[in-house]
Design a protein around this ligand. Structure first.
Ligand SMILES: Cc1ncc(COP(=O)(O)O)c(C=O)c1O
Length: 434
């Protein structure tokens, strides 16, 4: 008996998935597509090898060549983020967060975080990484009108909570965090300032969002597969110099928390792909990041003009790669309905809580992202066309299968990946080895 049919069944599904995304408008803000040079690393022999420790200080033999890869990757990461410390080993943004939480606080200690409804990631909460580390949390107040932290209220929270660290950065992230003022208060109290840049990492590297390491963050973590369009993985960055015993301890604690803390072998093929993604972003990141922000603004404007309730209006809707739309009133829970209608119409995005929502499973919002559409060459003009598809599906309530046909036809001109070293690469073509 052979299980070859089962194996081919999975391969068939992977092919179908390529077709699905190739024919759709993928607009999940945390997603992106991988460049061919990065992809090549994923099928290289680095896959499955072990390299615990750091370049030159290994527990296994056979790492000499990989040592050069990691050394170059760290050098490129430092250059990209203009900083003195980089650890590129974390296997995801969540793993990077776990390492930093472990390095900076012990179980039972207190930290300050944003609430999930205000856009914080689950790893910032008791049900996620913060809870796994056993930390106590106090939440910052959030201002829905500005879609940002309430600055004075947050300062008060920091002063009263006296946290081990203050954690910033969001999954729903429209506007830069008022970091300088909040970092100052945190540092006065001896708290470290931690900035989770998972979503906005590529915008920061491209110089198109805030620059947390210059605005007071002691450490910044991120995912390497969102606005920074590399392989799935994480990175930890800092510009704290090892110029005192306390700072040296801080940096060592981060390395030690990654390994042996939260990784063993750290997916060397992904590490090699991260190094290439850093090189590609050094080359194309500024232009790519700028176009993402311009596209998000154009999409927000297009949706607003078509009578959608786009949040953040007072400040121009967005300064990032994201747009947040509220469907109906808070409590009406129409986000799930809208996300499903859009999927039926060939647009893939996710329902999301907006401030004041109480259920992540029944929220009233939609979070939209433009990283992938931008990478496929769409610009401001195309964002108007995309907004029109939303109107047809959600406001005109046109038959979604008809909208889907038009989305499919529209998308065929946007399949070639931009902002990478290889030209004419169809991002959705399934590359068969056999
Ligand atoms: C703010 C934030 N932090 C961390 C993560 C987790 O990243 P990963 O999926 O790489 O574990 C996310 C994921 O979207 C996020 O939005």
């Amino acid at each position: 008996m052979s299980y070859l049919d089962d194996a081919n069944y999975i391969r068939g599904l992977a092919k179908k998935n390529n077709e699905l995304f190739g024919d759709s408008l993928p607009m999940i803000a945390s997603e992106n597509v991988l460049s061919p040079m990065c992809m090549e690393m994923l099928i290289s022999d680095f896959h499955g090898r072990y390299a615990e420790g750091h370049p030159g200080k290994r527990y296994y033999q056979g790492c000499k060549i990989f040592d050069d890869v990691e050394t170059k990757g760290v050098e490129l990461a430092k250059k990209l983020f203009n900083c003195s410390f980089a650890n590129i080993q974390a296997t995801s943004g969540t793993v990077a967060n776990m390492a930093v939480f472990k390095a900076l606080a012990k179980p039972g200690e207190r930290v300050t975080v944003l609430p999930t409804a205000a856009g914080a990631h689950i790893s910032h909460g008791k049900i996620g990484g913060i809870g796994v580390r056993g930390l106590d949390t106090v939440e910052f107040p959030f201002d829905k009108e500005n879609m940002n932290l309430d600055i004075e209220g947050s300062k008060k929270v920091i002063r009263e909570a006296k946290p081990k660290f203050a954690l910033f950065g969001q999954s729903v992230f429209l506007f830069p965090t008022p970091l300088e003022e909040l970092a100052e208060v945190s540092h006065e109290l001896g708290a470290r300032v931690v900035y989770d840049a998972a979503h906005v990492l590529g915008l920061i590297a491209g110089g198109k969002f805030q620059d947390p390491l210059r605005e007071g963050a002691d450490v910044m973590m991120g995912s390497t597969h969102k606005t920074l369009p590399g392989p799935q993985g994480g990175v930890i960055l800092s510009d704290v110099k090892a110029d005192s015993e306390i700072n040296e301890k801080f940096l060592k604690a981060i390395d030690f928390a990654v390994f042996p803390g939260v990784t063993s072998s750290y997916h060397l093929h992904h590490c090699a792909a991260k190094a290439i993604a850093f090189a590609e972003h050094l080359e194309f990141g500024r232009e790519y990041a700028g176009q993402m922000v311009s596209n998000a603004k154009a999409l927000a404007q297009g949706l607003h003009e078509r009578d959608f309730n786009v949040l953040g209006e007072k400040l121009g809707f967005t300064e990032s790669h994201q747009v947040v739309v509220q469907i109906g009133e808070v409590g009406e829970a129409k986000g799930r309905w809208a996300a499903q209608v859009l999927e039926d119409a060939g647009i893939i995005c996710n329902m999301n809580m907006v401030p004041e929502d109480t259920s992540a499973l029944n929220p009233s919002g939609l979070r939209l992202g433009v990283p992938e559409l931008t990478r496929m060459g769409m610009k401001e003009k195309e964002m108007g066309q995309v907004a029109e598809f939303y109107k047809r599906a959600l406001i005109d309530l046109e038959d979604p299968t008809k909208v889907k046909e038009d989305v499919r036809a529209f998308k065929q001109d946007y399949r070639i990946m931009k902002f990478c070293f290889v030209d004419n690469w169809d991002a959705y073509r399934y590359n068969e080895l056999f």
